[in-house]
Write a protein that binds this ligand. Sequence first.
Ligand code: SF4
Length: 352
Amino acid sequence: MTKAVLEKSAARHIFIPKRVFIEPAALHYELGQHLRDYFSAEGIPVTVTGSHNRIVGIPGKTPQEGFFEAKRTLVIGVRKGKEFQTCKPSAHYQLPLVTSCPGKCEYCYLLTNLGKKPYLRIYVNLDEILSRASDYIQEHLPRETIFEGAATSDPIPVERYTGALKQAIEFFGQQEHARFRFVTKFTDIDSLLEAKHHGRTRFRFSLNTDYVITKFEHDTPSMTERVAAASKVARAGYPLGFLVAPIMIYAGWQQGYSELFAELDRVLDPLSRKDLTFELITHRFTRRAKNNIQEIFPKSQLDMNEEYRQFKYGQFGYGKYIYPKESMSEVKVHLENLLNRYFPEAKVEYLV
Ligand code: SF4
């Protein structure tokens, strides 16, 4: 791949792996063969590996190097486990399509969940995965079953290679008793605009202020690019959702979130506001997350000073540090004002 092509792709936040690993079993599937041939033809090294759970061969002498190299590594495998992970409280099950993400947000929850080498993993046995989803739907009848497609990943950056999300969206489009949802920060979404979703997939975008994106995210699209992509998605008739997270308090934060909502208001047409959801989450961290962040991003300026936070005991013994009550109230008041002013008809799923 030429330098010019790589630079252009980086500017558009298109994920191009530096190396690919593929399980032998994946080569029994058409998609596996196609991906091997495609990446080989692009001049990207493709190595046949033993198991997608034990990848050796990602370079990196330090935890940082290992992390950044893993973020440019794609592993293609076959999902063998029959059961899906649950995904409470927002959905019943995680739909296992993709793991990890090429973005490098300093606050990312995957820093704690995916270990030291968070390589991207995709599966080629999509038909089997969707067939298992179909069994779950049958088991839960007459209740509706909800599947989450982004519980351990951002699924958009690899979509151009797999078409997995489109296949899942069209599968759920045919299901009377199921719904699908996922969230992304990326804007390479054009291939999904034509998908026959029949309104059964909620397409959510994760947004933040320009300040937070510029300072704490790396290799993700800007706020205005995401809002523009959301507008395209809304025009394609998808139910739309916004996850505003992590909401941070910094000098000028009110102004930042006001600008974000004003931009949404400017770009979204009236039709897309009819079935709109918001999820709003203030910044929080665990001690474990803080240690991981400081190891990978030693110069991070994320505000993680425990002294200015309130400790909240969580499930499974992992306490988290949240903003103190007074700051929390200020955030709630400001965000509620913005919601009432710009999107009074939207459903606020939670503001925590
Ligand atoms: S885009 Fe999302 S999943 Fe990817 S690194 Fe950033 S927070 Fe994590």
